[in-house]
Design a protein. Structure first.
Length: 330
């Protein structure tokens, strides 16, 4: 099949390469693209403008900054393209529905979870829509694992949002861990299921959502930057306080003072670890770009903290008891 990928950035070029590896003829549009994009897209067929899509390709797969997704979908349609349109961007279900209104049954919603697809097993493309299974079949024998799981037009975007909410919800839950579930423990009725589960879920939604709204909407922080600098960093700091130190910090203090001190130290330790990794990153992995569309640094930092350092800390604590820093006699 002849397919256009808009646009071949760091993630988009890996999607294009996966399609090419699966035997498809991959195109891209040069209009408005940077010199770096031109170099990345060299292995693929060049089209000069969106107007060239009509008659040259049967499908368009959009991989662009989320804020540009709707405008790009509209521009492609206005240029005369009427084929299969796949929006693989991290957009809201409302935006996905608006794009679906443009393309009807030829629209497929997509959500990419993972880094640029360079090796099998690292990245998944979740797909939903009437033609989702057809799109999933385009990626056979490629590093990108495509999964069609629903015929609903917005299910993939909902899944992507849920995945992002998982990080924010985990942060809120670990906040309660630092407080040893105070003040819920003061009410035996609240500690009974299913009441406790409902209350805990509402707490995670309110605190996680409130934190997200404050940093992203009020302070205008990029979503990926928020997840790495705030949510994941706090998770990592809490792991150190509660797992490595076994919650021993401020053990003699009553709640809520103990929780406030533990939370502050978790945030501080997470910030220190983030700063150490930020300084070391260029030496360990070379220069990386930060922010959209590739988020190279943010992906690297999240992987370094939770995918590498966290398991090593767990091994050091649970398997070796912090040996040799701590002997059996301590």
């Amino acid at each position: 099949m002849k397919i256009a990928v808009l646009h071949p950035g760091e993630m988009g070029v890996s999607v294009a390469a996966s399609l090419q590896q699966s035997g498809h003829e991959v195109h891209w549009v040069a209009d408005g693209r940077s010199n770096a994009t031109v170099v990345r897209a060299e292995p693929f067929n060049r089209l000069e403008s969106l107007a060239a899509l009509a008659g040259n390709v049967a499908a368009v797969l959009s991989v662009c900054p989320p804020g540009e997704a709707l405008a790009q979908a509209q521009a492609v349609a206005e240029a005369g393209f009427t084929g299969l349109y796949v929006d693989a961007n991290a957009v809201s279900p409302e935006t996905a529905e608006r794009v679906a209104d443009i393309y009807g049954t030829d629209y497929v919603d997509g959500g990419i979870i993972g880094p640029p697809a360079k090796r099998p097993g690292s990245t998944r493309l979740y797909l939903s829509g009437t033609r989702a299974s057809e799109v999933a079949g385009l990626f056979t024998d490629s590093p990108l694992e495509a999964i069609a799981f629903s015929e609903n037009n917005t299910s993939a975007s909902v899944l992507k949002m849920a995945y992002a909410a998982y990080t924010k919800g985990s942060s809120a839950l670990l906040l309660l861990v630092n407080f040893e579930m105070w003040p819920f423990t003061r009410s035996p009725a609240l500690m009974q299921q299913p009441v406790f589960g409902i209350v805990l879920s509402l707490f995670c939604v309110l605190v996680g959502g409130g934190s997200y709204y404050l940093f992203v909407h009020v302070m205008n922080m990029d979503v990926a930057d928020y997840m790495v600098r705030i949510a994941i960093t706090f998770i990592f700091g809490t792991i150190i306080v509660q797992n490595m130190l076994q919650g021993s910090l401020f053990a003699s203090n009553p709640q809520p003072l103990k929780g406030m001190l533990a939370t502050a130290h978790a945030a501080l330790l997470g910030f220190i670890m983030f700063t150490i990794f930020e300084i070391a990153a260029p030496s360990l992995s070379g220069e990386m770009t930060s922010g959209p569309p590739t988020y190279q640094f943010e992906i690297w930092m999240a992987s370094a903290l939770l995918g590498i350092t966290f398991p090593l800390l767990i091994v050091a604590v649970d398997f070796f008891g912090l040996w040799p820093m701590k002997s059996d006699d301590d």
